[in-house]
Design a protein around this ligand. Structure first.
Ligand code: CA
Length: 424
């Protein structure tokens, strides 16, 4: 790795543990006291009002205006040359010694005073199942050690089409869902609040430039289409999933909510942290070959905080544990001719490492509920009401950190009776 901290004149941006140094420049949408939601970039302890900068003529991107809307989709769809121009201009404005400091300063808003919104309009959402350890753990629990990995798993980045409407920004409460469940000892299903509600630690890839319907893309082309990455919690009702998932995969179990972190970390900020995929256990078909490393060294952790209590970090792992990269997933997604669009979101699949405390879901951490997880003053098998789950991610460079911002959500109690108006 040959990158170094790019020093900035903005307060806090040069601290080694600041998540938002000038090297990062992640894209978000914020609302402050003055004015409605608009595009901003995190730097140090502040968010830079880039929509305001564009309006004031201080930021002129090819194809502008691109920032006069409260989402990043216009920039994302404009392609890599515009992304590079954006970063180059912001770096010039914010770098230590910049002649523009005085004119840029009025566009900085303290992060402590803003509300963060979804950073982009999620066009469609696909969730993959590309974590080797997660797939093996879940398979072992449900099908036994002999059949842990499905026969296709080492050949295909398996996925399912989720719902864009279920994607919410960090901080949004998540209501425990009701659903159909059927235990092995019951003859018929019942409809009840989920008792095995869970998180899934994932990283989401955000698609920038679209592909053409009918034209599969290569892995290299797919890599170039990706604008950036977010942390992603794919909330999952395990009891609903167990009953509904065969033969078409998860449906309502995964439709309650998917929480993403508020900042899109652009691919350029992650370049110094590229790492190769783990060794292939069987050769992949040529259309899935990676021409260069496409995973990233992103340290990840999950915190669980009960209402009124202290947080316990219950899992630590790394994005480099993935078996398939986002460009491989994206290339596979288009292999049928399926078109991908600006604003599509691809979930990596749950990221578990080999160790017990590196498992990215409570299903795995508590081994199906049999082995409770210790938290401060209590234990957990699955999420209880009013627990707050927080995902964090960071890359450590020499003297600087690339952070994603917390991806957090509190699970609030299920509705008392969702169909009360129907009568009995
Ligand atoms: Ca998932």
């Amino acid at each position: 790795m040959n990158s170094r901290l790019i020093r900035s004149w903005v307060q806090g941006a040069n601290a080694a543990d600041c998540p938002f140094p000038l090297n990062n420049l992640p894209c978000g949408v914020f609302a402050a006291d003055q004015g409605g939601p608009r595009c901003g970039v995190a730097i140090g302890d502040c968010v830079l009002d880039v929509a305001g900068l564009e309006k004031a003529g201080l930021l002129s991107l090819p194809g502008a205006p691109l920032l006069d809307v409260p989402f990043w989709n216009a920039v994302m769809g404009a392609g890599p040359a515009v992304w590079a121009a954006l970063r180059a201009r912001l770096t010039a404005l914010l770098a230590e010694g910049s002649a523009d400091q005085a004119v840029v300063e009025p566009f900085l808003v303290p992060l402590s005073g803003v509300e963060l919104r979804l950073p982009f309009v999620v066009r469609e959402y696909t969730d993959f199942y590309s974590g080797r350890h997660h797939a093996a753990n879940v398979g072992r629990m449900f099908r036994g050690a002999e059949n842990a990995l499905p026969p296709n798993w080492l050949h295909i980045p398996i996925g399912y089409n989720g719902r864009a409407s279920s994607v919410v920004v960090s901080g949004t409460p998540v209501r425990r869902p009701w659903g159909q469940v059927k235990g092995p000892d019951h003859a018929v299903p019942s409809f009840q609040p989920s008792r095995r509600f869970d998180f899934e630690l994932e990283v989401g890839a955000v698609i920038g430039t679209p592909s053409v319907h009918g034209q599969p893309v290569t892995v290299a082309e797919a890599d170039a289409m990706i604008f950036g990455f977010v942390l992603l919690n794919d909330w999952s009702a395990r009891d609903i999933q167990a009953w509904e998932y065969q033969p078409l995969g998860p449906f309502q179990a995964k439709a309650t909510a998917t929480t993403i972190s508020p900042w899109i970390v652009m691919k350029a900020a992650l370049e110094p942290f590229r790492v190769p995929a783990p060794p292939r256990e069987v050769p992949l078909l040529p259309y899935l070959h990676e021409p260069h490393p496409m995973l990233y060294d992103i340290a990840l952790e999950v915190g669980l905080r009960p209402e009124g209590g202290a947080e316990t970090v219950i899992a630590r792992t790394n994005y480099r544990e993935m078996y398939y990269s986002a460009p491989q997933q994206l290339a596979h997604h288009t292999s049928s001719g399926c078109a991908m669009n600006t604003g599509d979101l691809l979930g990596s699949g749950t990221i578990s490492g080999p160790a017990r405390d590196s498992r990215g879901s409570l299903l795995e951490l508590s081994w199906g509920g049999d082995d409770p997880v210790a938290i401060t003053g209590a234990t957990r098998t699955f999420i209880e009401d009013n627990d707050t789950i927080t995902l964090r991610g960071q890359c450590r460079g020499p003297g600087y950190t690339i952070g994603f911002g917390d991806c957090t959500g509190k699970v609030i109690p299920a509705l008392a009776d969702p169909y009360a108006r129907q009568g009995t």
